[in-house]
Structures are given as C-alpha cells and as structure tokens.
Design a protein around this ligand. Structure first.
Ligand SMILES: Nc1ncnc2c1ncn2[C@@H]1O[C@H](COP(=O)(O)OP(=O)(O)OP(=O)(O)O)[C@@H](O)[C@H]1O
Ligand SMILES: [Mg+2]
Length: 473
C-alpha cells in the first residue's frame, strides 16, 4: 500500500466534532504513517503520529490515547518492548500491532502481552478500515458500559441491580434507553429474576423519577378489586364504597404504574385497560364521567404471553400495546458468573443488620454455583438471609445451607485417572459456536451483518442460527 494510492481512494476527511477517539500511529516509515492517518481521519478518529517508541511515549503522556497502531519493527527499543511500555502507561488503550510478512510469531507474542489485534504488512485499506471500525465499536461499547455503570452506581437505592454477565450489561443498555422514553415496556422473566427491580430502575432513572411509582399486583388481587384499585370508584358504587376513591392510574399522575403479573388480568379488565391506555382517560367504577390520565405503563409477566394470546386468554391488541419495548431478564442459571457477586452483595447487606461477619466456605460457594436456583435471585437472597440467621458460628458450611441446595451435586474433581476434571471442562462444539456468534454480535453493538462478515459465515446462516438459539431458549 502506498500513500499515493490511498489519497486517491479516500474521501475528504470528516472529523466528528464530539466524542472522537484518539488513535496513535507509531511507525518509522512516513508513507505508512500518512496513509494510516488518512484512513483513521476518514473514520472519524483523531489521529496522532509518532516515528519512534520514545516519541510515542511523549504523546501518551499528554494525550488521552484510546487506541494505538504499533509497528513491531521499530528501530531501537523494538516493538514488543514498546508494547509493554504503552500498556503500562495506558492499560485501557487497545493496541493493534503491525508485523511484517513472515513474523507472525512476534504478533502472537504481542497478543499474549496484551495486544488487541494484529495485522500483517502489506495490508489493504479495506483491511485497515475494518480493523479500525472494530476498534471504534469496541471503544464506544466500553465507554457506553462505563457510563451506564456509573449511572447505575449513582442510582443505588433505586436500581442497585447486581450483575455483570453480558446479558445483564445488555439489559442495562435497554433500561437506559427505556428510561428515556415514555412507551410501555413489557418485562419478561421467571419468578424472582428481578422484574420489579428493573421496573423501578426504569422509572427512577428516567426524567419523571420524582413522580410516583405505583406497583399493582394483578396476580394477587381479586378481579373486582383490581378494577376499583386501577380506575377508582365513586361513593355508593358498591356495598362498602362509603366514599369516593381515586384510581391508581390517576394517583400516579405524571409517573409510572407497574402492572405486575399482567398475564393474570381478567379479560374484561384487559379491555378496560386497553381503552385507558389508548384514550388516556379512565372511568371510575359507578361513574359516567371520564378522567384524563397521564401515566406511563410498565408491565411484567413470568408467563408466555404470546401463548396466552394464541389461546385467547390474553387480548392480542393489549399485548401489542404493552409490548412496544420488551426486555427479558435471564434466569440465574443462565448467568452463573453473577452468583458470587450476588452472594457478596447479600452478605454485605446482612452484615449491616448483624453484629458478626459471616463467611461462606469455598465448598458452600461451589454448591451454590452448581445449584439451579429455580426461584432465581429471590431464592438466593432468602437462602442467605435464613442461613445467616440460623448459623451461630462465623463460618457457613454446606450443611448450614437449606437441604435442597446443600444436596446439590458439585462436578467431581479429578478422580485420579486424570480425566475427571478435564471432562467437566469440555464444552460441546455447538455451544462454543453459539458463544462465539453471540459474543461477536454483542462486541459489534448488535451489527449482525458485520458479525457475519468477520466470522466468515453468510448472513443467512447467521440469521438461521440466531433463530435456532431463540427457539431453544
Ligand atoms: N440483579 C439483582 N441484584 C440485586 N438484587 C436483586 C436482583 N434481582 C433480584 N433481586 C432481589 O431479589 C428479590 C426479587 O426481585 P423482584 O421482586 O424484583 O423479582 P420479580 O421478578 O418481580 O419476582 P416475582 O416474579 O417473584 O415477583 C428482591 O428482593 C430484589 O431486591
Ligand atoms: Mg414481582
């Protein structure tokens, strides 16, 4: 590649005014530096150039560099040493190393030492563009996640949702989006996964957080009571209605009504709720007058509402109204990596209400990691609360846990023939493929076409596989 060839093929550089990423190009060959700089600028990067490792270190001291394109064949210090310095100076920077043809060995070494990617010289503009686009997507995702984490942290007490599994990070992004819109959101998840917590988090991270958040449990109230609770009633509307009462949809004015277990709503009430949402007004029981309402609806269910729609027990039109945005909270057994975080969170909380610090033994944690948690986070929370209350010493052993959990079979350690442990670690190919595909899509911010291209599979194949995964889950 030559810089002359490049300048013909690249459109006028367009630097994005805000939020640009800083790329440092380190190469002793001027033509390469210039060429890479042009590509970087065309993609909206702010480009800095250095002709030696020492020059690069000076730039790193004064500029907030997000990514580095580093030639491994630098005179003097040498590329691997430069990589070490750069990672020490700015650990979060993504470093792409550039190697000459036939020196892939050093690139492999560089990857082991923390490089993000490598590219071999000579490379084409398209190759470089693709690589820098990936870097840019990765960095944007990282900064989005960071911002979201900060935001959720500052919202502790409202949200306080614990979990770092990729599915949870995805959930936080949807929560942030949902919080800033006023559309209904349907929250799906098994019992105890945190549906109400997510609903609160959507409300309290949004612009109307100072207005009421009112949960209504459609599953535990008798139908007539739900109607009078939601819509209110006038004096004398029914026996015992000695005075008028405002409905929750009116009381929540400007805020949110959270309809928990919405799938349990009787069909005639579904029609009334649909009308209330569509026409933005309600008619209290026993009244002929309509009252305008201004309220956001969040709904949750642990039932398969689509199935209920097909069976005719849930109105299709209401389902579409509630399902403008939907999010699914994964069950705990699908994100076991969050179990230690949740244990730490609940143990810390129990410490605040007890005099003695309690610690779970390694074996107890292992058992908890292996257990399936059909009651999800709620079950984990209850388990720790009960266990802490009933264990007298500072250590919590396996037998101190509730029997259903204590009896969990933990994958056996090596049994002496050398295979036991290794066999437990073997993951089926199909699962590896699934993880690779889902990770690639997450990494690329949901860009499936790009993911298919980088994974080297056709987009039809990718879509087919995603459909299969959805059907399996
Ligand atoms: N990710 C989480 N981080 C911290 N606590 C959580 C999390 N998820 C759930 N919890 C806790 O677990 C309990 C159950 O959560 P929540 O009531 O929101 O679940 P749910 O899905 O509405 O359950 P149900 O279907 O039983 O009504 C609550 O005490 C909540 O504080
Ligand atoms: Mg609930």
């Amino acid at each position: 590649m030559t810089s002359a060839a490049l300048s013909h093929s690249i459109a006028t550089p367009q630097i994005m005014a805000a939020n640009f990423l800083n790329l440092l190009i380190v190469d002793d060959e001027r033509s390469i530096r210039d060429a890479c700089r042009e590509v970087a600028l065309s993609l909206g990067f702010m480009a800095h150039v250095a002709d030696s490792a020492e020059h690069a270190y000076r730039i790193l001291q004064t500029q907030s560099i997000d990514a580095v394109l580093l030639d491994l064949r630098l005179p003097g210090a040498g590329g691997l040493e430069a990589l070490h310095h750069i990672k020490a100076q700015r650990p979060e920077a993504l470093v792409i190393v550039v190697t000459g043809y036939g020196t892939v060995q050093s690139a492999v070494q560089a990857m082991k030492n923390g490089a993000y990617e490598y590219v071999t010289k000579p490379f084409s503009i398209d190759e470089l563009k693709l690589l820098l686009e990936r870097v840019s997507n990765h960095l944007k995702l990282k900064s989005e996640n960071r911002m979201l984490r900060e935001k959720l942290k500052s919202k502790q007490g409202y949200g306080g949702i614990v979990g770092r599994a990729p599915e949870m990070e995805k959930l936080y992004r949807i929560i942030a989006k949902a919080a800033n819109s006023s559309h209904p959101v349907l929250i799906l998840g098994e019992s105890g996964t945190g549906k109400e917590m997510v609903a609160r988090s959507i409300h309290y991270s949004g612009p109307f957080h100072d207005k009421p958040f009112i949960p209504v449990d459609c599953g535990s109230l008798v139908p007539t009571l739900i109607e009078s609770e939601l819509f209110g009633y006038v004096k004398g509307a029914f026996t015992g209605a000695n005075q008028a009462k405002d409905g929750l949809l009116a009381i929540a004015e400007g805020g949110t009504v959270f309809l928990d277990e919405v799938g349990e709503l009787p069909v005639d009430l579904q029609a009334k709720l649909l009308r209330a949402i569509q026409e933005k007004e309600i008619r209290p029981v026993g009244s002929t007058r309509r009252i305008p309402i201004n309220v956001r609806i969040l709904a949750a269910t642990n039932r398969l509402l689509e199935q209920a729609v097909t069976e005719g027990t849930f109105r299709r039109d209401l389902y579409f109204r509630l399902n403008v945005l939907s999010l699914r909270i994964p069950p705990l057994r699908e994100r076991r990596e969050d179990i230690p975080l949740l244990i730490a969170h609940f143990m810390e909380r129990s410490l605040r209400s007890s005099a003695q610090e309690k610690i779970l033994t390694d074996e107890a944690v292992k058992v908890m990691l292996a257990y399936d948690w059909p009651g999800n986070v709620r079950e984990l929370e209850n388990c720790l609360e009960r266990t802490c209350a009933f264990t007298s010493g500072p250590l919590i052993h396996v037998p101190d846990l509730p029997p259903a959990i204590a009896g969990t079979q933990v994958a056996a350690p090596s049994n002496g023939n050398g295979h036991g442990h290794a066999l437990n670690k073997i993951v089926p190919m199909a699962e590896l493929e699934r993880q690779t595909i889902l990770n690639a899509i997450a990494e690329l911010n949901g860009d499936k076409l790009q993911a298919a291209r980088l994974l080297g599979i056709g987009k039809t194949t990718l879509y087919r596989k995603l459909k299969d995964y959805a059907a399996q889950s």
